[in-house]
Design a protein around this ligand. Structure first.
Ligand SMILES: C[S@@+](CC[C@H](N)C(=O)[O-])C[C@H]1O[C@@H](n2cnc3c(N)ncnc32)[C@H](O)[C@@H]1O
Length: 389
């Protein structure tokens, strides 16, 4: 999944370091699990209980789909019955219109008409669909907030219907929800994440057409097939909350992998669509990005310059209190929340008996907040810092 600060590319180096330190631990915490790549790696490759956390629910939903599941299953039957229920629900919506789904599907054959098509789609989702939803009941947050913006009206309906019809079996439901998060991320008609949708200009027409014609069902199916094959060697757990809550589950000698935010803008501004599909709750969209108001989005002390340094210290304090070894990744310099890896190293040296640093070449997204450099990705060095109590 596309995610700001995703550690997938670093796993060849980072993974070896984590496996080395995992040896002596009973549990391993990933308190800023994000896309869940590292939690999944640890669950699949160690016989330790993985404890994943994040302040955003979609991140934890992703983690739970693997870390809490030790048995694989045949995804075909699950996909078939899940999709059948959702197809019937979409059909009930479509039956209100003379040509069923064809009345809802935007005509995307002529890029010159993009403005008109997008406006019609937005008006349809805002003015027509809500009355149909009221008749049928249920929550339709993707269609109401994002239909005609990040997603075509049909894509939005499919995502909402799939959300309403999730499987009831606990394990299958976890995989289905994680797959839905992935599909919503992949389908978005937006230049980066979901901070702002493409606008219907002549130059962006091709991007909107390309995104709106992505098949929601296939995106979900592919993600289910991928996630269902992954299982944890030992059952772990995921829970939504602050890093302190995740670290509180540990015992002396356990291991923490910490990958806190480096962005001066809250993650929830970029990933609200993923949070919306996970929570399934309708809201009043705000601004060009159509996100929920700030008080309804998770916010992080790491993403405020005034509190980031204190949060960094508290993270190190929390690990030391548990006598846990901490492996932390952070851009060496230039993070837009004002921190650098040295802030962690200097404070860590006052607390831990051994602190050592490895630097790896990386690149990181500057989306949001870094006004000096507008390129989407910046070459940089990322530090992997090992703090041993
Ligand atoms: C750099 S990302 C983690 C990326 C992840 N390691 C990956 O590979 O995808 C940082 C994450 O920290 C989460 N976060 C921010 N503040 C937090 C806090 N105080 N406690 C727990 N999670 C937090 C954000 O929601 C975000 O998902």
């Amino acid at each position: 999944m596309k995610y700001m600060g995703h550690k997938g590319k670093m796993l060849p180096v980072l993974g070896d370091i984590l496996l080395h330190y995992a040896d002596g631990a009973g549990k391993i915490a990933d308190p800023f699990c994000g896309s869940a790549t590292v939690s999944w790696f640890l669950a699949e490759n160690t016989d330790k209980e993985i404890v994943a956390g994040d302040i955003q629910s979609f991140a934890v939903a992703r983690a739970k789909a693997v870390v809490e599941r030790t048995e694989s299953f045949d995804p075909d039957r699950m996909i078939e019955s899940w999709f059948a229920r959702a197809t019937s629900l979409v059909g009930q919506i479509a039956s209100h219109f003379p040509n069923n789904l064809r009345s809802i599907e935007p005509n995307l054959t002529d890029p010159k008409q993009i403005k008109q098509v997008v406006t019609q789609s937005r008006n349809f989702c805002r003015d027509v669909l809500p009355a149909v939803f009221d008749d049928l009941g249920g929550a339709w947050p993707i269609s109401k907030a994002y239909g005609g913006y990040y997603y075509s009206p049909v894509q939005s309906l499919v995502f909402d219907a799939l959300r309403q019809c999730l499987p009831s079996d606990t394990n299958k439901r976890k995989v289905a929800l994680a797959a839905l998060v992935e599909a919503v991320s992949r389908a978005a008609a937006a230049p980066g994440h979901t901070a702002q949708p493409f606008q219907p200009t002549a130059s962006s027409a091709k991007y909107i057409i390309e995104a709106w014609t992505r098949n929601s069902w296939s995106l979900v199916k592919n993600a289910v097939e991928e996630i269902s094959t992954r299982t944890a060697l030992v059952k772990g757990k995921g829970s939504v909350g602050d890093f302190r809550k995740t670290i509180a589950h540990l015992n002396e000698g356990d291991l923490v992998f910490a990958d806190p935010p480096y962005s001066g803008v809250h993650y929830s501004r970029f990933y609200h669509a993923l949070e919306t599909v996970t929570r399934g709750i309708e809201f009043e969209p705000e601004g060009r990005g159509r996100y929920p108001s700030i008080d309804k989005r998770p916010s992080s002390e790491f993403s405020k310059k005034t509190t980031a340094k204190q949060a960094a210290k508290q993270l190190l304090d929390a690990c030391l209190t548990k006598r846990a070894t901490l492996i932390l990744t952070f851009p060496t310099v230039g993070a837009s929340n004002g921190l650098g890896s040295n802030d962690f190293v200097e404070y860590g040296r006052t607390l831990f008996s051994d602190v050592h640093v490895e630097e790896v070449e990386s690149d990181f997204s500057t989306l949001g907040g870094n006004k000096k450099h507008r390129e989407a990705r910046q070459a940089c060095n990322e530090s992997i810092i090992c703090f041993v109590p």
